[in-house]
Design a protein around this ligand. Structure first.
Ligand code: ZN
Length: 332
């Protein structure tokens, strides 16, 4: 990829190489499933792949980034490259949308040559939208490639997975995440940057959300007041979770915030484990320890309990009860 590439994909060199070989050898699958954690660059790479299929002067079998085809695909204005996603307020991919995709797939092409339809949220097909899609997915019209994007194969219908060639995406490495976030002013200013980077688990999208959600500050406040009074710390955390959130989405976003707080606290404890220090001495978030340091077994036990709590948050647990349990799960 040239330095001036408009696609801005970081990492995933193996995936890119593999796809460029598929293009070069003419062995394209009709449908691909890009599978991997959210926020690692699947959509961006799908767009770059679409450009590689259209590019007038490919470099080593991949998108040059500079020709008229590449430029229009990168700008999202190429009529042959379409992107679809679940509406924000919908739980699943609606059957109406999927019927529309199939109809557009069957229409005469606006411009000759390869077409690419990118469908996000492919782990959100419901039974009727999947049924509406299966025939088109199995036998796409000539010169049409589907690229489905999904985070969670466990949530996907096997009938969809089996009709696609799966391309797996890994989390970004620390160096790649650093490269992507080098110019993020909000991250440069934050106290606890390294902790956030680790809590993002190789996902730039997750890091962006963590920065926006204020979860780091909540975690810091919680841990700061934990030693003095665990129950008060829990009260404060629980009441801060919904602060500043739009009323119609507060329930879901509070849950997400608490999930992020748990991730940050777990990261902090892993730091302590690897550093061989005690949790109560967590600089710079805590004052000097006033008690015996927590041993490795205590930290491990707390980490397991936090993992349980994360599962409970993913389920439908009462958030206040989770905050209470978290306060009790941590070494004092
Ligand atoms: Zn090009």
């Amino acid at each position: 990829m040239p330095a001036s590439s408009p696609f801005a994909v970081v990492g995933h060199a193996a995936v890119r190489n593999w796809l460029s070989h598929a293009i070069a050898s003419g062995r394209l699958a009709g449908s691909y499933l890009f599978l991997g954690p959210p926020g690692v660059g699947k959509r961006k790479l799908a767009v770059e792949f679409a450009a590689a299929l259209r590019c007038k002067s490919p470099l080593h079998g991949w998108a040059c980034g500079g020709c008229n085809e590449c430029t229009r695909v990168a700008a999202g204005v190429h009529p042959n490259v379409r992107q679809f996603a679940k509406p924000e307020d919908a739980r699943d991919l609606p059957v109406e949308l999927v019927r529309d995709i199939c109809e557009q797939a069957s229409l005469t092409r606006l411009e000759p040559g390869q077409r690419v339809f990118i469908i996000d949220d492919a782990d959100r097909f419901n039974e009727s939208s999947a049924n509406a899609f299966l025939k088109t997915l199995e036998e796409p019209p000539p010169q049409l490639t589907f690229v489905l994007l999904a985070g969670n194969a466990a949530q996907m219908l096997p009938t969809i997975i089996s009709r696609c060639q799966t391309v797996r995406f890994s989390p970004l490495s620390a160096a790649e995440l650093n490269q992507i976030t080098r110019d993020w002013p909000a991250l440069a200013e934050v106290d606890g940057r390294e902790l956030l980077l680790r809590a993002a688990q190789g996902s730039a999208g997750k890091l962006e959300r963590l920065l926006d959600s204020g979860a780091l500050e909540l975690a810091q406040n919680f841990i700061g007041s934990l030693k003095a009074d665990p129950f008060k710390a829990s009260e404060q955390l629980a009441s801060a979770l919904a602060k500043g959130l739009p009323a119609d989405a507060a329930a879901e976003l509070s849950r997400e915030r608490l999930r992020d707080v748990l991730g940050i606290v777990a990261g902090l404890m892993r730091d302590q484990l690897t550093a061989g220090r005690d949790f109560a001495g967590t600089a710079p978030l805590l004052e000097k320890p006033s008690r015996e340091p927590a041993g490795v077994d205590v930290l491990m036990n707390s980490l397991h309990r936090i993992e349980d709590l994360r599962e409970r948050v993913d389920g439908n647990a009462n958030l206040k009860l989770v905050c209470d349990a978290l306060a009790l799960a941590l070494p004092g």
